[in-house]
Design a protein around this ligand. Sequence first.
Ligand SMILES: Nc1nc2c(ncn2[C@@H]2O[C@H](COP(=O)(O)OP(=O)(O)OP(=O)(O)O)[C@@H](O)[C@H]2O)c(=O)[nH]1
Ligand SMILES: [Mg+2]
Length: 371
Amino acid sequence: MLAESSTDLVPFIAAGGVGLVATASVILWRARKSAATTSTPVEQKSANTQVVGNVDAVDVAAPITTEVAPHVELPNVRDRAGRTRSLFVNAFQSIRSRNVDASTWDELEETLLLADIGIGLATRLLDPLRQSVKDGDLRSGDEVIQALRTAMTAQLSSTDRALHLDAAEMPNVWLFVGVNGVGKTTTIGKIATAQAARGTSVLMAAGDTFRAAAAEQLQVWAERSGASFVRGAEGGDPASVIFDGIQSAAAKGVTLVLGDTAGRLQNKSNLMEELKKVRRVADKAPGTVNEVLLVIDATTGQNGLSQAKEFAAATDVTGVVLTKLDGSAKGGIVFAIETELGIPVKLVGLGESAEDLVVFDPAEFVAALFE
Ligand SMILES: Nc1nc2c(ncn2[C@@H]2O[C@H](COP(=O)(O)OP(=O)(O)OP(=O)(O)O)[C@@H](O)[C@H]2O)c(=O)[nH]1
Ligand SMILES: [Mg+2]
């Protein structure tokens, strides 16, 4: 059974707590950064695995304060997802002010397709609206847009977006999978920062053994966030590194292991087999895999959908992290991922900094497209 916990365990920017949570996160980040850089012990675990960092030394290094720091810039879907937003807002503006005719449907379809919602879903959204106009139930362009908003909101309404963290299943393991360069390592860094701000102890396991630089990149994030860190030899077995990380976390009483993996193409069957093994090994005692997060780059649009299918088949993906929404007009992919695949989008990346990750809030997202 997966855990009872929900987004309240995840200190991202959630409705109602934006200022305080983000501020706490940033303040603790600073305290942890200095703690981690002043005294980071390096311990040899085995010939191939190094454990770096000492959770006890940095755990809750500073009290979480609710004081508001005015200089902290908070990420916001409405502002950051500007390219997707302006695509919708501009199209809707002209449609709203006109009577409904053939060009209305052409423009709506074009907008949905440009946003990479996909032809199947675009048709399923627009056909009932066309019918309602024929039946006289919808008359103006404005009414059509309102009805589209309701229909799009309904597409996102019923998924479980909770990130599962269970105190009874220590250590919890969250694995990060996806094709090259989508933002897996960066997302781990962001999540560690946010979890650390909540006082959750974190260990990062560098399961990307493909390049030495990958482990070093992750280690930088570990030092910044005060997380422990385990890496293996370049070219080593990723499953062993993740397993060593879990054992180390169990020995130290660390709650959450974030397992990085090398980027891979979804059609390389040997690499997908490797990922299955990582997941299998990570799920052995003492670890419990509570999340397998597929990281998808929003700028790749519909291509992300075929990636998702293959990764989901290999690793039982529990959720999607949609990164780089800040640089993409293809944010409609959110609807396609959820409706075509039934995988919830749990987090959204809105930039490259530690705080640029938010819980996906469907109402906020839809509002950003329509208002
Ligand atoms: N604008 C923007 N850039 C991002 C976001 N997330 C990650 N990036 C950037 O994307 C690039 C790749 O990020 P990585 O975290 O290295 O990606 P990865 O999936 O680990 O890459 P590989 O390990 O090579 O497969 C970096 O330059 C990140 O800063 C995001 O939400 N927005
Ligand atoms: Mg990486």
